[in-house]
Design a protein around this ligand. Structure first.
Ligand code: XIL
Length: 382
């Protein structure tokens, strides 16, 4: 057993004498941990983590960051390190070092691993060599060879992964149609089915997930419909899929198109989730954060609204006994992917995560704790 209290005490001691980027920081996580609260209900709770803090242990920011991770999480997922651009410098080689660092850290702290992702089937996120690959005179078999070799090798490297995002974001959010990549151009959309079949063979014990960012917000109607068509097709063709990964970048959404902050369409969203479980799929929240881009400047207002929306969302999702995993896409506002990609108009730092930039628990952390506390226990695994 990890002694989480001891970890926090160590972190607090380290931080009381250190400074990060000129700001004094203070470790402060609450007990019981989010992991403990979730576990009581049969839910896995964890976070995305990049390799940087693991590789930079011994520096103040890395240690403060990992203190929160160690105290709160029962599972980790690599933020970028298992994606093709990170693992695959070219068509033949694999570079596992950075992902290994995270996986080893998880093992040392008794945490589960989620795997993200065997194929982010989105042209923007392909490595250049794959986009420009010469598939030769038999493009379908060359594409299938590359895909199959990749999935087999990566699954073999990480047998401890309990749940794989086999395919990520292949439905175009604007049209609901399937995206095209160099792989689908070479072998057709069977690329998706093949990925699941090979994953089942290579990771027979892992949960296999389709993961995407269709959300409860207005403007996601086509995206939801497209994802549902894909899932129904998977089922009709006997594709081995176990769960739908709901990324859950809620709030102002994860693009610049969104307006407002809370545009939830709860009825439509429940219908969508009901359809998914009607296909006998489990549900997972895979990348939770609450984007405050469109909220007023005042941090207290932002924190309150973010917490309230986060609570409403988690309560709704946790009503579904099929939902047994909640992963945050980061723990602290100091390190959030949302900051760089879609800055606020007023230039202020964003506050989408449960801990602030100085690793102090925020109202969102409290809201998450209360949601886990209020959730019904998941049914026991049969
Ligand atoms: C993001 C990472 O957080 C960023 O660091 C990276 O630059 C781009 O990818 N949906 C996903 C995740 O499935 O892989 C994305 O992660 C966030 C949106």
């Amino acid at each position: 057993m990890i002694d989480r209290r001891a970890l926090l005490a160590t972190a607090a001691a380290a931080l009381s004498t250190s400074a990060v980027a000129g700001t004094a920081v203070r470790g402060q996580t609450a007990e019981p941990s989010l992991h403990a609260l979730a576990t009581q209900k049969g839910i896995i709770f964890g976070s995305a983590l990049p390799a940087a803090p693991v590789l930079n242990r011994g520096t103040a920011d890395a240690d403060a960051w990992l203190a929160v991770i160690a105290a709160e999480c029962g599972a980790l997922v690599c933020e970028n390190e298992m994606k093709w651009p990170a693992l695959r410098p070219n068509a033949t080689d694999f570079t596992f070092g950075r992902a290994d660092a995270i996986v080893d850290y998880a093992a040392a702290h008794n945490m589960k691993m989620r795997g993200h992702t065997l194929l982010w089937h989105h042209p923007q996120w392909f490595p250049d060599w794959l986009t420009n690959h010469d598939f030769g005179s038999r493009p379908a078999s060359e594409a299938e060879r590359i895909l199959t070799a990749h999935i087999r090798r990566v699954c073999a490297q990480y047998p401890q992964v309990v749940s794989w995002d086999v395919i990520n974001e292949t439905v175009d959010a604007d049209t609901g149609e399937l995206r095209e990549t160099s792989l689908s151009k070479a072998m057709g959309q069977s690329v998706l089915d093949v990925a699941f079949h090979v994953a089942r063979e290579a990771a027979p014990k892992a949960q296999l997930v389709y993961n995407d960012y269709m959300s409860w917000e207005a403007g996601h109607e086509r995206h939801r419909a497209g994802v549902m068509r894909l899932l129904e097709g998977f089922r009709a063709r006997g594709v081995p899929i176990d769960a739908l990964g709901v990324q859950s970048h809620i709030g102002s959404g994860n693009s610049d198109d969104s307006v407002g902050f809370d545009t939830a369409q709860e009825t439509e969203w429940r219908r969508f989730l009901d359809q998914a479980i009607g296909l006998d799929l489990k549900l997972a929240i895979t990348e939770f954060d609450v984007h405050d881009k469109n909220l007023p400047a005042d941090p207290a207002i932002r924190d309150r609204e973010v917490a309230a929306l986060g609570r409403r969302y988690l309560d709704l999702m946790l009503e579904y006994p099929q939902l047994d995993t909640v992963m945050a896409w980061g723990v602290s506002d100091r390190h959030t992917w949302l900051q760089g990609r879609w800055p606020r108009a007023d230039g202020l730092p964003k506050r989408p995560n449960p801990y602030d930039a100085d690793y102090r628990a925020k109202p969102l952390r409290q809201a998450m704790a209360e949601a886990f506390d209020a959730a019904a226990p998941r049914p026991p695994l049969v």
